[in-house]
Design a protein around this ligand. Structure first.
Ligand SMILES: NC(=O)c1ccc[n+]([C@@H]2O[C@H](COP(=O)([O-])OP(=O)(O)OC[C@H]3O[C@@H](n4cnc5c(N)ncnc54)[C@H](OP(=O)(O)O)[C@@H]3O)[C@@H](O)[C@H]2O)c1
Length: 216
């Protein structure tokens, strides 16, 4: 059993991580801006307030936990783009105040920086909408930042190009920096199976200090 503090616990991806962690017997603190948005009740669930952009809030939320998971985002607007890299910096700054060993950090990342078979990156594809490109590059900036951090045990987990609510099959594949595609050539994962991969990484750390991706 691990103790997990989870930012973004009411979000699309974060809520799946919350439920996957609870069903597998972990103790979770959901760290949210509005506790009313957490409607789940469970004996192993605690709800607290916190702001991922405030390192003191991050430190307070993470204290006493084995792992800090960040599934923060913010829709299609500029707030989303503006949050991603500053959140990464705030998460690291907050954890650094907790000494050694601080809780491990697992951050939901983006697919944009993954390599494609032609040697380009996902964000090089033609015709991507501007707002999506900005989000992809914000995640790329956050990943560059994490890769410069030697003193916090971080892991960034990039979903496949498409991640949507769906079935929990319990099956998925992983790669480091290469985009995963299924037999039909589609890069996809359900939020439920992505959450399985996140909790698998919590239970059996294999990617401390690196990014990996999850797809079918
Ligand atoms: N294929 C891909 O690469 C891909 C696809 C989808 C998503 N993603 C990434 O995955 C992440 C999560 O996406 P999602 O769809 O689950 O997002 P979401 O449903 O919009 O949820 C975002 C969560 O972040 C929380 N949040 C935002 N700012 C915060 C702050 N300052 N302090 C604390 N919590 C804050 C929100 O809380 P409130 O409810 O209070 O606003 C919400 O719980 C995003 O970073 C997104 O870019 C990647």
């Amino acid at each position: 059993m691990s103790t997990i503090a989870l930012f973004g616990a009411n979000g699309t991806i974060g809520s799946r991580i919350l439920h996957e962690a609870l069903r597998r017997g972990h103790r979770v603190t959901a760290v949210v801006r509005d506790p009313a948005k957490i409607t789940t009740t469970h004996p192993d669930l605690t709800v607290t307030t916190g702001d991922v952009l405030d390192p003191a809030s991050v430190a307070a939320a993470a204290t006493g936990h084995d792992v800090l998971v960040s599934a923060i985002g913010g829709g299609d607007g500029p707030g989303h783009v503006a949050t991603i890299r500053p959140a990464a910096e705030s998460l690291v700054a907050g954890l650094r105040t907790l000494g050694d060993p601080a809780p491990r950090l697992i951050s939901v990342g983006g697919a944009g920086s993954l390599r494609t078979p032609d040697g380009a990156q996902v964000w090089d594809a033609e015709g991507l909408p501007e707002f999506l490109l900005q989000i992809m590059h914000a995640h790329g900036d956050a990943l560059d930042f994490y890769r410069s951090v030697p003193d916090v045990r971080w892991t960034s987990i990039s979903p496949a190009a498409t991640i949507e609510p769906g079935e929990r099959t319990g099956s998925y594949r992983t790669a480091l920096d290469d985009l995963l595609t299924d037999a039909e050539g589609t890069s996809r994962i359900t939020t439920e199976d992505y959450a399985v991969a996140v909790v698998d990484e919590i239970e059996g750390p294999r990617h401390v200090g690196e990014r990996f991706t999850v797809g079918y």
